[in-house]
Every structure is written in C-alpha cells, then in structure tokens.
Ligand binder design. Structure first.
Ligand code: PEP
Ligand code: CO
Length: 449
C-alpha cells in the first residue's frame, strides 16, 4: 500500500466532519480511544470477508439492517434484543426462500454519526451547527447542545461495546439457536397478518434440522448456530482512525470498530478523505451508490478501493429509488463487468424512496421499497449479474414510520408511533413481510414458485 497511513486522509478534503471548538480536547480523546481494546477482531473480519466472497459468487445471501441512526438513549436490552429477533426471523425466511446461507450484518454497535446536507441549521434567525448524530452533538436546538463535544466519541465507543457485548452474550447463550426459534418471537407476532406463514416456515426449518441430525446421528452444531456481524457508515474519520490497528501475524491495517464499514453516498469522492482512509484498511467495505454515480466515477472507485479484486472486499450497495433504478443501475453493472472485477451487489431500497407527506413528515412507502427490490432482482438477472444482498432500515419495535404493508398504514398513522430522529424505518411486521416477499420472489426466479 503506497503512501497510506491511518492519518493520510488528513491531507485530503474531508467533508461531513464536525468543527470541534477545542482541538486539544479532541486530541486527548482520540489518544484515549486509540489505547482502548478493539470492538471486533481481525479473524472475525476475515471470516466475514470469506462469507461475502461466497455471496458475490451466488452461494450466500447478505441481510444487512438496523436503524438509520442509533442513539445513546436506546442502548437498552429490550430494543437491542428486538433488533436481533427481527433480523433472525427475516434471515430464517430468506434461508427458506433462497435455499442459501444468509449472512447477518446489523447496522448497529456504532451507527451513531450521520451525514447532513448543511453544516448549519437556521431557525428564527438563529444559526447553529447541524445535529450530526449522538457521536458528535445533541439534537435540541440550543447552542450548548449543538456544540460538537469530543467526549461523545468515547461515549459512543463505550455504547458500541455495551451493545456488542450483549449481542455476543445472547448468541453464545443459545438465543439464536435454530433449534429454538420460539425464543425470537416478538410479543405481537401472534396478531400479525403473517403469523401463519412464518410459523409454517419455522416448522419446516425445524423439521429439516431434525432430519439432518437423525441421518447424521449428531447435532448440527455449526449449521444450527448463527453469526452476527456489525456495520456502520464510516463517516467520522477520527473515530475510525483511532480504532485502526495492526494486529500480530497479519499484514496491513484493520479498522476494528466494525466488521463491515461502508462509505456513504455523500463522501465517495475518489480524491476525498473517506476514500483515502478506507482504501488502506483490510476490512470488507461497503460503498453506497445512488443516482449521481457515473460509470467512469465507479471505475475510478474500483481502481482505488478494489485494486486487487480480492474476494469479498467490496460490496456495492445501490440505492436509486423505485423510479430511477431502471435507468441508473444497468450502466453501472456494465461498468463493473467491463472492469473484470467481482463485487457483491446489494440493494438498499430505502434511501432512494424517502418522501415527505403533506404535513411535512419524512416517510417511505412499502410498495416503493418493494418495487425497487423487485426491479433490482430482475435487472441483475437479465444482465447476467447476481443480486446477493439487501439492506434495510428497520426496527423490531412496533413503530409507524413507513406507510403500507399488510396492515395498510396511512399518512394519518404516522403520528401515532413515529420515533426515528432521522429516516423512517420498516416496523417489525413490515420487515417480516418484506422478507417473505423477497423469499417468494427468489423462489420464483429459481423456478420453485
Ligand atoms: C444511510 O445509510 O443512512 C445513508 C445516509 O445512506 P446514503 O449514504 O446511501 O444516503
Ligand atoms: Co438513513
């Protein structure tokens, strides 16, 4: 790796970084973080990379999901467990429909920083820094709350550790054991319009496991256990830098703040600081691509971020919107095919489908989300490419943030339980329904419908 170091990004234009008023305090915090133990390990990262490589080849399927932004207050056992439950349930449905092993990656344990379209916000003639997520400042519109506070980096790091510790303990304790999917039932599953279909899938999978165990005369230890990996947008470069380390007996540098960091749409300039930073780490990377992306720009990004065509290294997460995907996606698939490189293609049907209601509430329509996904499957298949993953903003809670779905939520329902401070998420039922629709679609494509 030529001319790269964990701080070489500092010589490039770095967008979306907070302006901290006290550089000495910031330096102290970054120094402290750099000495704390890492959140994840290089062998977990390499294991995920190997699994993503199989997904890129069509042998696995990636499910990535979680909040748009985590916040510090919601670092609570119930909320974390419910997020795991919905991801587990969705993955079970996807295993059933795709007949593939599913890689589960949460948008959690570090998804605390948000890109903003403006550095400042003005209300009634008062201009203050924009809220950039709990890692940076606080939401209330006061000077004190909005002042970027470097100690929040440490608080975020600690909450990420608490979240991850709880998730690891649940999984090690058997919570995610495929023999006991009843552990994952959310309280209101019984009243869900999808309860029957879900129960049927659970039973079929339970039977298959018991059948395999009977014929092999041993418990399927490995297959019945599931992994969870973490991901977040690699936005706050000092946070990432402080946790980027060299590890014994491996070459290169690892960003040990998450298994799968991704570069967002607003920070993917080839010459910018974010691309400079992430080109140098050995992690698998996500790269968000939206309507502004062009084939030459993507070609340049592949040269910088994926120069050696290392299996599993790059996941392209496209997010165009139901109305744009048919125009935007094909030229980019072609650009990747021409480059001769292999990537894992993943569809984020959320970020291109955000709209505002007449009352000014940010929402997304279930049918637009589904329409983008269906087109994505079709376009990839037509072009001899493979859509190997999906990326959602969702929660295990019973919120009303997106409209539509089997319960037919409308704009009027949005006032009832709208909790997100940023983007609207699929609620538990909508997320499960989405998984079922995808599973059915893939089964049809495979001629099993
Ligand atoms: C996000 O994933 O929350 C996000 C900001 O996405 P994008 O960079 O694709 O807009
Ligand atoms: Co979002």
């Amino acid at each position: 790796m030529t001319d790269w170091s964990p701080t070489s990004w500092k010589s490039r234009p770095a967008t979306q970084q907070p302006a901290y008023p006290d550089p000495a305090a910031l330096e102290t915090v970054v120094g402290q973080m750099a000495r704390l133990p890492p959140l994840v390990t290089s062998w977990e990262i390499e294991s995920l990379k190997a699994q993503l490589a199989e997904a890129a080849d069509g042998r696995r399927f990636l499910l990535q999901g979680g909040d748009c932004a985590e916040n510090f207050q919601e670092c609570e056992s119930g909320i974390i467990a419910d997020k795991l439950k919905i991801l587990l349930q969705m993955s079970l449905v996807l295993v059933h429909g795709t007949r593939k092993r599913v890689i589960r990656v949460g948008r959690f344990a570090g998804q605390y920083a948000k890109p903003r379209s403006e550095d400042t916000e003005t209300r009634d003639g008062v201009t203050l820094p924009s809220y950039r997520g709990d890692l940076v400042n606080h939401l209330p519109f006061t000077e004190e709350a909005r002042r970027p506070d470097p100690t929040l980096l440490l608080r975020g790091y600690e909450r990420a550790a608490l979240t991850l510790n709880f998730i690891r303990a649940l999984i090690d304790g058997g919570f995610a054991d495929l023999h006991h999917p009843e552990y994952w039932d959310l309280g209101f599953v019984k009243h869900s319009p999808h309860a029957k279909e879900y129960q049927r899938i659970v039973e079929t999978i339970g039977q298959s496991i018991r059948f395999m165990e009977t014929i092999s005369n041993a418990p399927i230890g490995q297959t019945s256990r599931v992994d969870f990996f973490t991901s977040h947008e690699g936005l706050h470069l000092l946070y990432e830098q402080a946790q980027t380390r060299q590890v014994p007996r491996r070459e290169g540098w690892y960003d040990l703040s998450a298994h799968l960091p991704w570069v967002g749409m607003r920070t993917c300039n080839v010459d910018g600081a974010h691309v400079e930073f992430f080109r140098g780490v050995r992690n698998p990377l996500g790269l968000k691509i939206g309507p502004p992306m062009t084939p030459p720009w993507l070609g340049d990004l592949l040269d910088v971020l994926h120069p050696d065509n290392e299996p599993g290294r790059l996941t392209l997460i496209h997010r165009f919107g139901a109305h744009n995907i048919a125009d935007c996606l094909p030229p980019l698939i072609e650009a990747v095919q021409k480059s001769g490189r292999t990537v894992l293609w993943c569809c984020d049907p959320m970020h291109g489908n955000t709209e505002k209601t007449a009352q000014g509430i940010k929402t997304r329509k279930f049918e637009h989300i589904l329409a983008e996904l269906e087109q994505a499957f079709e376009i990839h298949q037509k072009m001899g490419s493979y859509l190997g993953g999906v990326h959602f903003e969702l929660t295990g809670e019973n919120v009303t943030e997106c409209t539509g779905g089997a319960r037919g939520l409308t704009d009027d329902d949005l006032n009832r339980r709208y909790k997100s401070q940023v983007d609207p998420r699929l609620n538990y039922e909508q997320a499960l329904e989405m998984a079922m629709r995808i599973a059915r679609r893939v089964a049809e494509m495979n001629g099993e419908g």
